[in-house]
Design a binder for this molecule. Structure first.
Ligand code: NDP
Length: 331
């Protein structure tokens, strides 16, 4: 088997120097209670960048994968079946499932013929992030205006479509004209703007002349301050992520004076979350997204990188916005 070790702590933009490829021997047999898994699809996600700061150098890179049971001595994991596992950046994993909790490993639910890789995206963690993070925190009402940043990504593309399903006007911000075209033409967003070239305030004035009611924030930073400055009374902000700051070396502490006036005078509610808050409702999110896909209301795309050895490159590409929809690696 092969695995990528977090060899050198991230500092700024990740590079190949941060990783080390290692090989390891696979067992011929499994002992009682053990299962050997083989990765089929691996996920590269933004959270890997900030989360690795909690780990020492020399550990296996963290991450989720859809894996197939290669050898099993456990009744819940028959040979040939598929799982979703937080096994890290490794081609093979030998564990005792009984020693792991739900969030680390569970059998892949029946995806009703959808690609199994969707278990890493719309029918998995990012899909649930959109579903719960939007509906439970922004609580969008019909006719309201919803803004989402990181709009063409794994989470953002689902957020915007769920907001449309709920009868809202949806405005997305993404990093290229192609992505904006995709959001409006393929996903049915009402407006999409390229945050790299379009003026944020002018875009909001045009698309949301009556102000913004809900903001699903995937990116943080200056654009978020501008969007929050355009919000209506009792607006709700779901703080999902801050990818614009994940690779920064110099983080300033200047946010409060910019945000506080809007927070106070518009009486806004801003709430952060980690999607595992809804672990006990995990399959509700998956089932609902699956139903919307089957009804043709929710579309999804993936950016697939071929080959396990390209994991680091897929990760860099995702951080640099080369993906539309979910960035995954096919082994
Ligand atoms: P995406 O599929 O959206 O991929 C990341 C995207 O971020 C890139 O494609 C790029 O698109 C955009 N991006 C990169 N740099 C910047 C920047 N400086 N400013 C604005 N956008 C940038 O990833 P996910 O959908 O998986 O994740 C989206 C966000 O949700 C992240 O912040 C992530 O950390 C967060 N998250 C939070 C969870 C939680 O439980 N709270 C769970 C899952 C995700 P572009 O071309 O538009 O720049």
């Amino acid at each position: 088997g092969k695995k990528f070790i977090y060899a050198k702590a991230f500092n700024g933009q990740p590079t190949i120097e941060n990783f080390r490829l290692e090989e390891f021997q696979l067992p011929d047999t499994v002992k009682d209670g053990e299962v050997l898994f083989k990765a089929e699809y691996l996920s590269v996600d933004p959270y890997m960048r900030p989360y690795m700061a909690r780990y020492p150098e020399g550990v296996l890179m963290i991450g989720e994968q859809v894996a197939r049971v290669l050898k099993s001595a456990h009744p819940k994991y028959p040979e040939g079946s598929l799982v979703c596992g937080k096994f890290g950046w490794a081609t093979h994993t030998l564990i005792k499932p009984d020693e792991k909790d739900f969030s680390t490993l569970f059998p892949l639910p029946d995806l009703k013929g959808q690609p199994t890789s969707y278990g890493l995206g719309v029918l998995g963690m990012p899909g649930n992030t959109a579903y719960f993070g939007l509906l439970e925190i922004c609580k969008p009402k019909e006719g309201e205006t919803v803004v989402v940043t990181g709009a063409a990504g794994a989470v953002g593309s689902v957020v915007g479509q769920i907001a449309k399903i709920k009868g809202c006007k949806v405005i997305g911000f993404a990093g290229s004209q192609e992505k904006c075209d995709y959001l409006v033409k393929d996903l049915g967003f009402d407006y999409a703007f390229n945050y790299k070239t379009d003026d944020i305030k002018e875009s909001l004035k045009k698309a949301a002349p009556k102000g913004v009611d809900c903001y699903f924030d995937n990116v943080g930073g200056e654009i978020s301050s501008k969007i929050i400055g355009h919000m209506n009374l009792y607006g709700r902000i779901s703080v999902c992520g801050a990818i614009s700051a994940y690779n920064s070396k110099n983080v300033t502490l200047e946010l409060a004076p910019i945000l506080q006036p809007s927070m106070v005078f518009q009486q806004l509610k801003m709430e952060g979350f980690v999607v595992t808050r809804w672990a006990d409702r995990w399959f509700e999110g998956i089932q609902q997204n699956l139903k919307w896909i089957a009804e043709g209301k929710l579309k999804y795309t993936e950016t697939v990188t071929e080959g396990f050895l390209n994991m680091p490159q897929a990760f860099f590409d995702m951080l640099n916005g080369k993906n539309t929809g979910k960035a995954i690696v096919k082994v």
